[in-house]
Design a protein. Structure first.
Length: 318
């Protein structure tokens, strides 16, 4: 459940959703059911309601444990709420928990970044999703930086903090199983892992995406249009048939971001021997520069190579 903010839904609304899910689909008893929420939406009452529905994994958008950082990011919650929400989640019996943290933002020193990570470790958070702050064109942040109302984002700071993050979490026993995701053994996100493995998925709701291995489709994002279409017994979506080049590029990008890397044998199975030879030729420059290494049958990013994941993938695109 998410992105967006599904925690805004009331218990009766969620009851209806789960009722229809169970009516139309077979959901295994051990299914991982993840629910995204913000710290300011968490309290003992809703946690009890969510557990009663079968929700067994929560994703908390913490971002930082510093008040000034949260205010700068225009987050609704405070650092105190972030800490309280984690304690409440754990007290309610949710041992499968992930939190988001942001690094590389203006004003986030290495010592502050270390405090954020250390706080998560001391709170025994089993899964962390850590993202570099990105400045999207035409956003409020982009305009603030352009008008000198906010310091710029420095990529060298982001790179250094990412390297520090990898070292700290490795020392703490976390597995770096995807560029932005770290987990204790056995606590990998099942749904994200399925996306990265190319497993088909179904998305329900406005703007939700679905994938069946051959096509990708996405529902209209506009809520009124979505609701009106459903009332007329129509599912409002657009669809794209993936070309071989599309599938090739996605395979490269998604797999290279994971700890498993690109399997040569699986690549040959999907795209042929010639394509694998072309990819291997292109990758040689990155092997020579220490950014990619061979691990048995797989091409895997090195520690330094993880800083250049997107660029290396782009070099392999058709």
């Amino acid at each position: 459940f998410g992105g967006g903010t599904p925690s805004l839904l009331s218990k009766p609304e969620l009851d209806k959703v789960f009722e229809m899910l169970h009516k139309n689909y077979r959901i295994p008893a051990d299914a991982e059911i993840t629910f995204e929420t913000n710290p300011d939406d968490v309290n003992s009452g809703v946690l009890s309601e969510w557990r009663s529905l079968g929700i067994n994994r929560l994703s908390l958008g913490v971002q930082s444990f510093y008040e000034e950082d949260l205010q700068w990011m225009n987050r609704a919650h405070t650092s105190g709420q972030a800490l309280r929400s984690i304690a409440q989640v754990q007290d309610a019996g949710f041992d499968n928990l992930t939190i988001d943290l942001i690094y590389g933002s203006p004003g986030l020193t290495d010592s502050k970044w270390q405090h954020n990570v250390t706080e998560a470790l001391e709170l025994k958070i089993p899964h962390l999703s850590c993202y570099a702050l990105t400045v999207e064109p035409q956003t409020a942040l982009d305009k603030m930086i352009a008008s000198k109302k906010s310091p710029p984002v420095h990529t060298e700071d982001q790179a250094r903090q990412f390297l520090l993050l990898m070292d700290w979490l490795s020392d703490a026993g976390y597995e770096h199983y995807e560029i932005s995701n770290f987990a204790l053994p056995g606590m990998h996100s099942r749904h994200n892992s399925a996306y990265w493995a190319g497993v088909p998925y179904l998305g329900l709701g406005p703007s939700a995406h679905s994938y069946n291995g051959v096509t990708r489709q996405w529902n209209v994002a506009n809520n009124p249009k979505y609701i009106t279409a459903l009332k007329n017994d129509q599912v409002p979506f657009e669809i794209e048939e993936l070309s071989e080049d599309n599938r090739h590029n996605e395979f490269v990008m998604i797999n290279l971001r994971t700890a498993k890397g690109i399997s040569r044998s699986e690549f040959v199975k999907q795209f042929g021997v010639k394509a694998e030879k072309e990819m291997s030729f292109e990758l040689q420059q990155f092997i020579d520069s220490g950014k990619v290494e061979m691990a048995d049958d797989r091409f895997v990013l090195t520690r330094e190579g993880k800083l250049f994941a997107d660029g290396i993938s782009a070099a392999l695109f058709r």
